[in-house]
Design a protein around this ligand. Structure first.
Ligand code: SAH
Length: 357
């Protein structure tokens, strides 16, 4: 069985053209099916009523269109919704839908769990289970279109569970599916990949011709502090990450989570401003969500605003991110699937290493 949802739209079309040719059917049938993968998704072949019944049955014998099962759906007072998807092997992932005026941003997961163990992140505390496949990542968007009523997604952020650039093998084709007009047709500038700074992945992303956006989780302006907060800094130190941001051909965003008394002093603002100026980065200050952040406390709103002014005074463009979905534990860094008989966390050495195709 061929899973059509693991293929690029162009590859799926090729397979389907072959299939219909062998069945002595006209080639336009392939385009009919391709449209029902992502653009106007069908839950299964049976529902493709524009095709004769015998063709639907023949397709179902050869191809599959796996669904992601929704195990739970929660709605926040601010309209944010969190979905828990159960995967075929029992793993679970979360996806968050964030409405904002006429935009709807979907925050998607790229791995089940995460190997990186950032000190303040709930997903990191779960440990790493496995990489998601193309159909599991793009499927999160597809499932939104299959809801009744459907959720129309306008923007995508890879800020759910996992480190997208440690699963480049699947994220790379997923970006094509999201952006391609015969996939979801979401503009590249409306798709943001957030990373701790996985260098080979940043280079691979930069080599793509589309204007996908890059956000880098900086969180500390010096190696000493960053290492304490983000163990990955040992492998990809700050100077190298800044250099990668400098040569990236589009403007980068720095994410900076505000940790009370840890990284929120004026001296940190001055150092951060220096780094941001070096690569012309825009800085996004993120209020800490205490969910998984053992031992950390949030910076006060007043201090966050002062920190923002210090950055601005040092020539840096800055925004303070609004917290959304806090009441349903759907905010940044709060995604953590509770599971029975939790396994001990596995370290980064088990993540299959960085996969850059
Ligand atoms: N692995 C990627 C993407 C997932 S996390 C990355 O680290 O960038 C998305 C963002 O949420 C990151 O900037 C992450 O550092 C931040 N985050 C993690 N835990 C958080 C918390 N408790 N409060 C606020 N932001 C958090």
């Amino acid at each position: 069985m061929i899973n059509l949802l693991d293929l690029l739209p162009s590859e799926a079309r090729t397979r389907l053209v072959e299939f219909f040719a062998a069945a002595a059917e006209p080639a336009y049938r392939a385009n009919q099916v391709v449209r029902r993968l992502w653009q106007n998704p069908a839950p299964d072949f049976q529902s493709m009523t524009e095709l004769p019944l015998r063709l639907r049955a023949a397709l179902a014998a050869e191809f599959e269109l796996p669904r992601l099962g929704i195990a739970a759906r929660q709605r926040s007072a601010d309209g944010t919704e969190k979905f828990l998807f159960r995967l075929h092997d029992g793993e679970a992932i979360e996806t968050v839908a964030i409405p904002d005026g006429d935009r709807l941003t979907l925050c998607i997961s790229s791995q089940a769990g995460c190997a990186l163990q950032c000190a303040f992140c709930a997903t990191g505390a779960m440990g790493f289970s496995r990489n998601l496949t193309v159909s599991e990542i793009a499927g999160q968007v597809r499932e939104m279109r299959l809801l009744d009523p459907p959720i129309a997604v306008t923007n995508i952020v890879f800020m759910g569970m996992g480190e997208p650039l440690m699963n480049w093998k699947a994220v790379d084709p997923t970006l094509t599916i999201l952006n391609d007009p015969s996939g979801f047709g979401i503009g590249a500038r409306h798709i943001t990949i957030s990373t701790v700074g996985v260098l080979p992945g940043i280079i691979a992303l930069g080599e793509r011709p589309e204007q996908f956006r890059l956000a880098i989780s900086i969180h500390a302006p010096s190696d000493g502090l960053r290492r304490e907060l983000m163990p990955i800094n040992t492998k990809y130190p700050l100077a190298d990450v800044i250099e990668a941001a400098k040569v990236f051909d589009r403007r980068v965003t720095f994410e900076y989570v505000m940790l009370g008394g840890v990284n929120d002093g004026e001296e940190h603002a001055i150092q951060l401003a220096q780094l941001a100026r070096e690569c012309r980065a825009f800085v996004n200050l993120i209020p800490l969500h205490p969910g998984g952040a053992r031992g950390f406390s949030p910076t006060s709103d007043q201090r966050i605003r002062a920190f923002a002014r210090e950055l601005r005074g040092n020539g840096v463009e800055v925004a303070i991110r609004k917290s959304r979905g806090v009441d349903i534990a759907a905010a940044c860094g709060q995604l953590r699937v509770e599971r029975l008989g939790r396994r001990p966390p596995r370290g980064p050495e088990h993540d299959g290493d960085i996969q850059v195709a």
